[in-house]
Write a protein that binds this ligand. Structure first.
Ligand code: FEO
Length: 189
């Protein structure tokens, strides 16, 4: 369900519950449990909305660390940039901020991939070509998303934001972990 549809759904539920609360208080009185149960249901809605919002953002966890400060710093910055982009998408902050925040994620991702690949080269990482191919495929996918964004505008962004968040978290916490031991052994910082 899209964010707009989800919001409409929750507003409809809240409106219906509010009407039901008023009607049941009038019909059953303040000492009857039913209107109070409806009040409790109404109060849960802001909590559900807040939980639903949080799941679109990503927080750094220590388990994401590859044990190399410069790389961890890059990954933290990427997660922050993705969260900025999520804000642009979810709160419809306008085309200028949408575009700027998306461009920032892409530019920093490319910068980071380039830096990481040079470190893999220096360290003599044996799986460098496979890792570089994964990076290239991700950039190609983003280029496709940008073409789609040019055509469809805002409607294309929800898919881009979910892809970026899931891809980067999985990559940082999966493929990038594979060079960690070698980088640490080589004293790469
Ligand atoms: Fe940290 Fe392979 O990107």
């Amino acid at each position: 369900m899209s964010r707009t549809n989800k919001m409409i759904f929750l507003v409809l539920i809240a409106g219906t519950l509010l009407v039901a609360v008023v009607l049941t208080f009038i019909a059953l009185g303040v000492f009857h449990p039913v209107p109070w149960l409806l009040v409790a249901s109404l109060l849960i809605i802001p909590f559900l909305m807040s939980r639903s919002e949080k799941q679109h953002y990503v927080e750094w966890k220590d388990e994401y660390s590859v044990g190399v400060k410069s790389i961890d710093d890059d990954h933290k910055k990427l997660l922050n940039l993705i969260n900025n982009f999520q804000t642009a998408v979810r709160y419809r902050t306008g085309k200028a901020f949408e575009k700027e925040s998306l461009d920032e994620v892409i530019a920093y991702t490319k910068y980071h991939f380039d830096r990481e690949e040079k470190m893999m080269q220096e360290a003599g990482y044996p799986d460098i070509e496979a890792h570089k191919e994964i990076h290239r495929a991700m950039i190609a996918k983003i280029d496709d998303f940008l073409i789609d964004y040019d055509k469809r505008g805002y409607e294309a962004l929800e898919e881009v934001s979910l892809y970026l968040k899931d891809w980067l978290v999985n990559h940082i916490n999966g493929t990038d972990q594979e060079y960690s031991a070698l980088f640490i052994e080589k004293g790469i910082k």
